[in-house]
Design a protein around this ligand. Structure first.
Ligand SMILES: *[C@@H]1O[C@H](CO)[C@@H](O)[C@H](O)[C@H]1NC(C)=O
Ligand SMILES: *[C@@H]1O[C@H](CO)[C@@H](O)[C@H](O)[C@H]1NC(C)=O
Length: 348
């Protein structure tokens, strides 16, 4: 988890650069020593305590309460161990319950807006305490018309590697094991569901599904980890795990022309006309509903790659290259739909 915090700090203004570089070196050393290390989940869901302190389990098929975003997991590395220690991990991110720490989770976010989380060019975030400008790579998502309805994608705004609508190998079975494997290789961070009340029922503990250095086959320097989004953080709660608030996706669209007329979702590099497929394409969208890389910097966004290197990427970037920069293991995809050629270092 120290990794992502160090990488994040590289987005800070240049005044902090010497310190950031030192931490980056330290971070990369740690990564080498611990190949099993993974990035934290983009968001954590699960059972929670209600206002009377009673555990409320998630239903067997439910996803549980919105506990926290990746930001909370890296607070210590963002030099805010004090906030991390006050965070009540047994409650929702937006809980107003005031425990022995004297502050609720909601108050922590609203009273302690963190400068490190906000881009100086993101005006709406500058003006709102608790905001977030930086978002993490959660891969391809089956976004189509749902975003324009203002509801985000899906009915619940979760983003799973086992998406019930995806037939990525296009063999007629939706969400089969191969589809899940392909999907998980399209993004770096995935979500976690925890069983906090320990009843083993709902929200069963699941392994962390985020990737680590050893499963980013396409190269740490060829895979985007963090970028910016001027429409993120709409809840003004940096602990909100809703991916529309703390993550970005590459949109893939429904295609109904397959052999047996079921709806599947075409893989990204093959849908070069998606209106939100390009960097900065969705800049004018409403806050909290456009989880795509965009910024107010002219014609570009800043990104941090998984090795900690930073780059300003032009929004003219070829859409096929962009889609490959998002997937950590696109060259290991199966079938003809999603398999990707390795990237040339000069191509972006
Ligand atoms: C999963 O992520 C959590 C942070 O939420 C971290 O503490 C833990 O070490 C990770 N587990 C694995 C197996 O990587
Ligand atoms: C599609 O592929 C998966 C994984 O290989 C397999 O389990 C499933 O049975 C296949 N579906 C069809 C209809 O062939």
């Amino acid at each position: 988890m120290s990794i992502i915090a160090v990488l994040l700090s590289l987005l800070l203004p240049s005044i902090h650069n010497a310190r950031a570089a030192a931490r980056r070196t330290q971070c990369l050393n740690r990564m080498r020593q611990d190949p099993s290390h993974r990035f934290p989940p983009y968001g954590t869901w699960g059972d929670y305590r209600d206002s009377s302190g009673t555990w409320q389990p998630s239903g067997p098929s439910a996803h549980g309460a919105q506990l926290r975003s990746w930001v909370v997991d890296v607070l210590g590395q963002l030099d805010r161990q004090d906030l991390f220690d006050r965070w009540d991990h047994t409650r929702r991110h937006d809980s107003t319950y005031i425990g022995s720490s004297g502050t609720s989770n909601r108050q922590l976010m609203q009273q302690y807006g963190l400068e490190v989380l906000v881009c100086p060019d993101d005006q709406t975030a500058q003006d709102s305490p608790g905001s977030l400008s930086y978002v993490v790579n959660v891969g391809y998502a089956n976004i189509d018309g749902s975003l324009s309805s203002g509801s985000g994608w899906g009915s619940s705004n979760y983003h799973n590697y086992n998406d019930p609508d995806l037939d990525l190998n296009v063999n007629g079975s939706i969400n089969d094991l191969e589809d899940q494997k392909i999907h998980r290789r399209s993004g770096v961070m995935w979500r976690m569901v925890v069983d906090r009340n320990g009843d083993g029922l709902p929200g069963q503990p699941r392994p962390n599904r985020s990737h680590g250095p050893n499963s980013i086959y396409d190269g740490l320097s060829n895979t985007i980890l963090v970028t910016e989004n001027i429409n993120a953080g709409n809840s003004q709660l940096w602990g909100d795990p809703d991916p529309r608030n703390c993550a970005f996706v590459y949109p893939i669209s429904a295609d109904t022309t397959d052999f047996d007329s079921t709806t599947y979702y075409a893989a990204a590099p093959f849908d070069t006309n998606h209106p939100y497929g390009r960097i900065n394409a969705a800049r004018g969208g409403p806050e909290g509903e456009r989880p795509f890389p965009n910024s107010n910097h002219a014609g570009a966004v800043n990104v941090v790659f998984c090795d900690g290197s930073t780059r300003t990427v032009s929004d003219n970037l070829d859409i096929n290259i962009y889609a490959r920069l998002i997937s950590p293991a696109g060259d290991r995809q199966q079938g003809t739909i999603t398999a990707q050629q390795p990237l040339d270092g000069n191509s972006f």
